[in-house]
Design a protein around this ligand. Structure first.
Ligand code: APR
Length: 395
C-alpha cells in the first residue's frame, strides 16, 4: 500500500494550489483526479483572479504564463438606465488590481508545473473512496488502469468540488448545511469575437442582467439572466445576440461586436456553505465546502484562499507539531466564505431583474436603481464595492 502525508482528492484550483504550497513547505502529497488531464485542462469555468490570488501564485512561481497572457484590470463598468458608471477599483483600493485569465489555462499551468517538479498526480482515478477519517491514518481507495489502489495518508484534503465524493463521506448530521437557491440563472456564452470593452461590464436592465466578461483578444464571455431550469434550447444564437445588444445598450453610440458562439449553457445560482469544513482528518476546500453565486467571480479565489490556509495549517503541524491552525481551519476559512457570500448575494440582488412575484416589485426595482446611482455618485460606496470586489485583505 502506498503512503503519503496528504492525499488530495481533485485537481481543480483548490487541489493543485494546495499541492504546490504543501510541496514548497516540504510536505509530501499525492493528487487523485477522476477525469483525464485533457478534460480538466479544457473545462471552461471562471477567469477573474483577485490581487491576493495572483500574489500567491507568484510567490510559488506559478504565475509566469499568467503574467504573460493574463490581462490586468483596474476597474469595472456598471450599466443601468442606459448609462454607464465606472468603478476604478485599483485607484479606490490601494493600487490593487485584478487579472483576467481563463481558469482552464490556470489549471493547465498548475498541472504542467506540478508534473515538472516531480509531483505525484493520478488522473482517471475512478471510484475514489475515503475511509478511516476519524482514525490516525485515513485511507483513499481508487481504481486505475483496472487495478485497485490504496493510499494511506495522515490527512485527506477534499478538493473535489460540489459533486465530489469527499463531503458525502462525512457522516450524516455532522455538517450544518446552508443551501440557498436564487430565483435567477445565467445563460453562459463563449464566443469567437474580440471584446467590445476593455473592462468587465455588469448591466442592470428591465429585460434582465447582462454581463460582458473578457477572456482574450479573440474570445469573449457573456452572461444573460434567465429563469432557473430554463433549457438552453430556448436560447438560439440570434436570440442571445439580440438580448445582449438590448441589455448592454447605452445611449452613447457604443456597439457590441457579434461572432460565432463556441459554447453555451445555463447555470443555476445558489449560495451553499457547509459548517464545519472538516471532519476528523478530512479537510474540505473550495467548491467541496461552498458555492457562491458567480456574480462576483469569487469561487476560484475562495478555493485558492482555502488551499493557502490548509497548506499552512498542515505544514505547522508537520514541522512544529502545532495543531492550532488545523483546529481553527474551518473558523478561519468561514470568516472569508461568509463575507464573500454576503457580497456576492448583495451584488446579485442589485443587478438582476427581480422576479415578477417579488413583493413591492416596483419599489424594490426603484431601490436597485437608487443603489446603483449611489455607487456611481459616492466615492465611499464605490470604495466599499472595490474592496469587496478585489478581495478584502485581512479576512
Ligand atoms: N474523485 C476524484 N476527483 C474528483 C471527484 C472524485 N470523486 N469528483 C470530482 N473530482 C474532481 C473534478 O473532476 C475536478 O477536477 O475534482 C476537481 C474539483 O475541481 P473544481 O470543481 O474546479 O473545484 P475547486 O478546485 O474547488 O475550484 C472551485 O472552480 O469550478 C470552479 O466555479 C468554481 O471557481 C470555482 C472553482
Amino acid at each position: 500500500m502506498a503512503r503519503t502525508c496528504v492525499g488530495i482528492v481533485g485537481a481543480g484550483p483548490a487541489g493543485l494550489v494546495l499541492a504546490h504550497r504543501l510541496a514548497d513547505q516540504g510536505v509530501e502529497c499525492v493528487v487523485l483526479e477522476q477525469r483525464t488531464r485533457e478534460y480538466v485542462e479544457r473545462r471552461v469555468r471562471a477567469g477573474l483572479l483577485e490581487h491576493r490570488t495572483v500574489e500567491l501564485l507568484e510567490r510559488h512561481g506559478l504565475a509566469e504564463r499568467l503574467r504573460e497572457l493574463g490581462q490586468i484590470h483596474r476597474g469595472v463598468e456598471l450599466r443601468f438606465a442606459g448609462r454607464r458608471a465606472r468603478i476604478p477599483y485599483t485607484e479606490l483600493y490601494n493600487g490593487r488590481h485584478m487579472m483576467v485569465y481563463a481558469q482552464q489555462e490556470l489549471v493547465a499551468d498548475l498541472i504542467r508545473l506540478w508534473i515538472a517538479r516531480g509531483g505525484a498526480i493520478a488522473f482517471e482515478a475512478e471510484d475514489v473512496a475515503l475511509s478511516g477519517l476519524d482514525g490516525a491514518r485515513p485511507e483513499l481507495r481508487y481504481a486505475r488502469g483496472g487495478r485497485d489502489e490504496r493510499l494511506e495518508c495522515e490527512w485527506i484534503a477534499g478538493c473535489d468540488g460540489f459533486h465530489g465524493v469527499s463531503r458525502p463521506s462525512i457522516p450524516e448530521g455532522v455538517l450544518r448545511v446552508h443551501d440557498h437557491r436564487l430565483p435567477f440563472a445565467w445563460v453562459g456564452v463563449l464566443a469567437q469575437v474580440a471584446p467590445s470593452t476593455e473592462e468587465i461590464i455588469y448591466a442592470h436592465h428591465e429585460r434582465g442582467f447582462a454581463g460582458h466578461m473578457l477572456r482574450s483578444a479573440t474570445v469573449s464571455r457573456f452572461y444573460l439572466q434567465t429563469e432557473p431550469d430554463d433549457p438552453i434550447e430556448h436560447w438560439p444564437d440570434d436570440r442571445i445576440w439580440d438580448e445582449l445588444q438590448r441589455r448592454l445598450a447605452v445611449g452613447d453610440g457604443w456597439k457590441l461586436r457579434e461572432g460565432p458562439v463556441l459554447e453555451k449553457n445555463v447555470t443555476d445560482m445558489r449560495s451553499f456553505v457547509v459548517e464545519p469544513m472538516q471532519y476528523g482528518r478530512l479537510y474540505l476546500a473550495g467548491d467541496a465546502a461552498h458555492i457562491v453565486p458567480p456574480t462576483g467571480a469569487k469561487g476560484l479565489n475562495l478555493a485558492v484562499s482555502d488551499a493557502r490556509v490548509l497548506a499552512d495549517a498542515i505544514a505547522a503541524r508537520v514541522h512544529q507539531g502545532d495543531s492550532s491552525l488545523l483546529e481553527a481551519y474551518s473558523e478561519t476559512c468561514l470568516r472569508r466564505v461568509w463575507a464573500v457570500q454576503a457580497f456576492s448575494l448583495w451584488m446579485t440582488w442589485l443587478i438582476h431583474r427581480l422576479p415578477p412575484d417579488t413583493p413591492d416589485l416596483e419599489l424594490r426595482t426603484r431601490l436597485q436603481k437608487a443603489q446603483l446611482e449611489v455607487l456611481a455618485a459616492s466615492r465611499a460606496a464605490a470604495a466599499t464595492f472595490a474592496e469587496n470586489y478585489v478581495g478584502i485583505e485581512g479576512l
